[in-house]
Design a binder for this molecule. Sequence first.
Ligand code: SF4
Length: 122
Amino acid sequence: MKKEIICLQCPLACRMTVELTESGEILSVSGNSCPRGEEYAEQEIKQPLRILTTTVRVLSKDIEHPRLPVRTQGLIPKVLLKKCMKTLASVEVRPPVRVGDVVLENILSTGVDVISTAEVLE
Ligand code: SF4
């Protein structure tokens, strides 16, 4: 069985083909321009990881579009993205918030915090 994946390790975004056994073992990786692609392919097959970016509600009457851009501070399992979005849908922050402030600690026990990527002053 063959699987097409795009390496997200650098802006080159190599298109790779991963050949797998019936049981999901990697037989070969091709299309990568450097060894990092192979590592990425292994991770992607075993447990895909992603950075989550989204927004949370800001509790302020003075702001026209009261949403704060946030992201996970590190990679989280791709399978948890939807659950994380649901969790963050109920998160509200009060200004002032600065870039890098922790909006939610240890989301879904992943060990990864969600941080602000923008500033909202009072
Ligand atoms: S395989 Fe190497 S060169 Fe290609 S996208 Fe991944 S890191 Fe970049």
